[in-house]
Design a protein around this ligand. Structure first.
Ligand code: GDP
Length: 197
């Protein structure tokens, strides 16, 4: 995977804290403990990056990371709270959403409601099942099919592991490369606006 630059930019606890919309944003959404921070760290190859958001005073609901000075990854904490809905529903620079679901839990009520909610807004969506290293390969496939059917997706969700184990991806590795490509695809699907000053 090509090395890229990633840096923490800002966090927000309320809409007035949001940075002005500029580069395209890809939001990473999922229940708490689904593996959002671990996956962001694995995606950008920086073990401590997403944990920055946990230091006191920065325990906020939305955290912006600049990727290659081209787009933002926006990590949400505890999805489906009103602030996050208003961010996802109203953010003009939002290019797409990555929904993470723990592979052992599968899609539940929140996800079953959330996917049509995004579809109504014509928001591009990538679904990924996390912690794939916890299941055997044949079970991963079964869970991917089950999630596709439950959520009415056109294809199986990605299957990923932040540990770098598991041989979950098409490339025989952790699925991180495939997820990274999907994130980049979402980001470039949106016309690029001038970056922040
Ligand atoms: P967040 O609350 O969604 O940001 O989730 P975290 O990234 O903090 O992960 C929650 C817990 O799951 C932590 O103990 C992680 O070490 C663990 N975890 C995250 N991703 C993986 C994974 O791919 N495989 C395994 N086995 N554990 C993981």
């Amino acid at each position: 995977m090509t090395k890229l630059t990633a840096r923490f930019v800002t966090s927000a606890a309320q809409p007035s804290d949001f940075p002005p919309p500029s580069w395209p944003e890809v939001a990473i959404v999922g229940r708490s403990n689904v593996g959002k921070s671990s996956l962001i760290n694995a995606l950008v190859g920086k073990p401590g990056l997403a944990r920055t958001s946990r230091t006191p005073g920065r325990t906020r609901l939305l955290n912006w990371f600049a990727i290659d000075e081209r787009f933002f990854l926006v990590a949400t904490r505890d999805a489906w709270r009103p602030l996050i809905e208003s961010y996802l529903g109203e953010r003009s620079s939002l290019a797409g959403v990555v929904l993470l679901i723990d592979i052992r839990r599968g899609a539940q009520d929140e996800e079953l409601d959330f996917v049509p909610w995004l579809a109504q807004r014509e928001m591009p969506l990538v679904v990924a099942l996390t912690k794939a290293d916890k299941l055997a390969k044949h079970q991963r496939r079964l869970e991917a099919t089950r999630a596709r059917q439950a959520l009415g997706l056109r294809r199986d969700p990605l299957v990923v592991s932040a540990t770098g184990e598991g041989g979950t991806g098409h490339d025989g590795h952790s699925g991180i490369d495939a997820l990274w490509r999907a994130v980049a695809q979402l980001a470039i699907s949106k016309p690029r606006a001038p970056g922040p000053q």
